[in-house]
Design a protein around this ligand. Structure first.
Ligand SMILES: [Zn+2]
Length: 224
């Protein structure tokens, strides 16, 4: 028997009319309580994070009983960038610099970090804000790839960050090492008081390799 989950394959659209699908732990989104919001593909050139979310979705579809914790999953926030394997969205905006945090900054040290014409200008960014407004998540996890690490934005270490770090062996960090104005971490924690965890998977990791690294951690996070 397959687990009942809610699937909305055209939950939101990008400026190019591409679908941003959304999945939730209950077939009626109204019943969702304080979920973990999990997002992949913020950066289109980091497929490892999308694959991790896809494997997680496949797993959650296949389990015979619902998870104890509610969850909301957006496997690929930036489908236009993902198709072209580019960091930014179709408008050339780095979505992880476009959130309306108090530190949003109009300048970028390189074009690939372009924060957009104004904070929250992009449909993909607005989609995440609406997901936060609608579902009231207690935790946000977004999945990227770079140097292996688990980075959290919160005043104390979220236990879920410890679980992810322990499972993967990736170093737990409270800071990526440089300022990230307008990032989801800055917005989520400082504007919305939601702890944010960023998984940086090893760049170039294969799908199965990534899933085996994080499977147990996600199972434990979603079932405590
Ligand atoms: Zn990234």
């Amino acid at each position: 028997m397959e687990n009942m989950i809610f699937e909305n394959n055209n939950w939101k659209k990008t400026s190019q009319n591409s679908n941003i699908p959304l999945y939730t732990s209950k077939d009626q989104p109204k019943l969702i309580h304080k979920p973990v919001l999990i997002i992949g593909g913020v950066h289109g050139d980091e497929p490892e994070g999308v694959w991790l979310c896809e494997k997680l979705l496949e797993h959650l579809r296949g389990v015979s009983s619902p998870t104890h914790q509610d969850w909301v999953l957006i496997p690929c926030l930036n489908p236009d960038g993902f198709k072209k394997r580019q960091r930014t969205n179709a408008n050339g905006v780095d979505l992880n610099r476009n959130f309306p945090s108090s530190d949003w900054n109009p300048t970028a040290k390189e074009l690939r970090y372009f924060p957009g014409p104004k904070p929250g200008s992009e449909l993909e960014t607005q989609a995440v804000i609406e997901a936060i407004d609608t579902f009231n998540p207690r935790l946000i996890i977004h999945c990227h790839s770079w140097k292996p690490s688990i980075i959290y934005t919160a005043s104390t270490v979220p236990k879920e960050a410890e679980i992810l770090s322990r499972a993967s062996g990736y170093e737990l960090q409270s800071d990526i090492g440089y300022p990230t104005p307008g990032s989801l971490g800055q917005y989520g924690y400082f504007q919305r008081s939601i702890p944010v965890i960023c998984i940086e998977e090893k760049e170039g990791a294969q799908k199965e390799e990534t899933w085996s690294r994080f499977k147990n951690a996600f199972e434990s996070i979603l079932n405590e």
